[in-house]
Write a protein that binds this ligand. Structure first.
Ligand SMILES: Nc1ncnc2c1ncn2[C@@H]1O[C@H](COP(=O)(O)OP(=O)(O)O)[C@@H](O)[C@H]1O
Ligand SMILES: [Mg+2]
Length: 389
């Protein structure tokens, strides 16, 4: 298939100006591209690296069309941009990944149903449109985790229910996650969580990053290391599923596939993200190509970079909790002084508990050594504001 290359200094437009948009924009700039950003927040993290920021809600089709007129190609760092907005933009510049693919992913219920229909392995779940169906599904699947189908991230919009919880707890959970369409998933007994990122260029060629191993606390990523120290069959199975899903959805860009590995060794698909992903930030340190550069290459239809590992690497998130301790400011002196540790800050003006403000990264002789180094660096920052590890 012959598809035109989009060469620098053409303009890349990014829907979403959070840290993912910012880091994608920085990679694009390093490659010689111009960068425009669309975000509802005029003070978004990507503002500092964008030639222009269009400040408009994600359902503003007129603003999106005007934004697209300025760009040679468009991508996104958030899947919650409305499909009508993406379609309005697509009249002026290619949107990669395509609105159809984003549509499948942006509702958790639609996404899991698509995966099951396509034959990809997922845990037991039910999609519920009203309270009665929800209460019934909780009774059937508990212990379970209920998630709003729309808009949740970092464990927000989720409630866990034990099998001993009464029906009243299910009704309360239905209200707590918004009293609207929800997915109920059986709570799985996990050995570990891994993710795989696949890049697919506009001409259809594909490259992957090997799986990352991810540790979450309270539903939010704490640290990630690569390559995941899992048996080779597990890594191969996760990579196989990720490639199949990427091709099945016709993704142009990158797709992160979060997988659960059960204690029995089964690999199940948890969720999809058609954009850069927190569990591949370490690609900036340990891989031949970063996920951000790979996304730019894919949507501009350049040859994709190698996803191979140069060195094992790890990241640790820096959440807003570090910034909101009364009378304290996080001190990075010790972290900066640790050989090989880098402190990445996203320049977000408002810190809130649970908000991703930055991350620490390191490389090591093994993934565990890189992980131990970022954890030690993290502990020094946490101590500086009086928090335990
Ligand atoms: N069905 C499940 N069984 C076990 N753990 C789960 C399940 N669903 C979610 N989790 C845990 O919560 C985390 C966040 O859930 P996820 O569905 O990935 O939502 P988010 O969009 O917030 O990342 C997962 O990475 C995992 O640690
Ligand atoms: Mg997730």
């Amino acid at each position: 298939m012959s598809v035109a290359r989009i060469l620098p200094p053409a303009a890349l437009g990014i829907f979403g100006g959070g840290q993912l948009g910012r880091m994608t924009g920085m990679a694009a700039r390093a490659m010689g591209y111009d960068v425009h950003v669309f975000d509802p927040d005029p003070e978004c993290a990507a503002k500092a690296i964008a030639t222009s920021v269009t400040t408009a809600p994600y359902d503003d089709e007129v603003a999106a069309a005007r934004f697209a007129e300025r760009c040679a190609v468009l991508t996104l760092e958030i899947e919650q941009v409305s499909v009508t907005t993406l379609n309005a933009a697509a009249r002026f510049a290619p949107v990669r990944p395509a609105p159809d693919a984003v549509h499948v992913v942006q509702d958790r219920g639609r996404q899991k149903t698509w995966l099951r229909l396509q034959g990809f392995p997922v845990g037991p779940f039910a999609v519920c449109d009203d309270e009665a169906a929800f209460v019934e599904a909780v009774a059937r699947l508990a212990p379970c985790i209920a998630k709003s189908t729309h808009g949740g991230y970092d464990g927000r919009g989720q409630v866990r229910l034990a099998d001993a919880d009464p029906a009243a707890a299910a009704a309360a959970a239905w209200r707590a996650i918004g009293g609207r369409r929800a997915i109920v998933e059986q709570f799985l007994d996990l050995a570990c969580e891994v993710s795989v990122m696949t890049a697919r260029a506009a001409d259809g060629h594909v490259r992957q990053f090997p799986p990352s191993w991810n540790h979450h606390d309270h539903g939010i990523l704490t640290w990630s290391m690569a390559p995941a120290p899992v048996p080779v069959e597990v890594a191969r199975e996760a990579a196989r599923l990720a490639e199949g899903i990427t091709v099945g959805l016709g993704i142009v860009g990158v797709l992160a596939v979060e997988c659960f590995v059960t204690k029995r060794g089964d690999v199940l698909v948890n969720e999809l993200a058609p954009r850069p992903h927190n569990t591949f930030h370490q690609t900036e340190r340990g891989h031949q190509t970063s996920q951000f550069e790979q996304l730019v290459r894919a949507v501009c239809n350049l040859p994709l970079g190698s996803g191979d590992i140069v060195a094992p690497s790890a990241i640790h998130n820096l959440l807003g909790d570090l910034w909101v301790q009364p009378g304290r400011r996080p001190d990075f002196t010790e972290a900066w002084a640790m050989p090989g540790v880098r402190v990445h800050l996203y320049g977000k003006p408002g810190a809130r508990a649970g908000r991703k403000m930055g991350h620490l990264s390191a490389v090591g002789d093994t993934p565990e050594m890189a992980r131990d180094l970022v954890r030690a660096a993290y502990r020094s920052v946490a101590r500086s504001v009086g928090l335990a590890d």
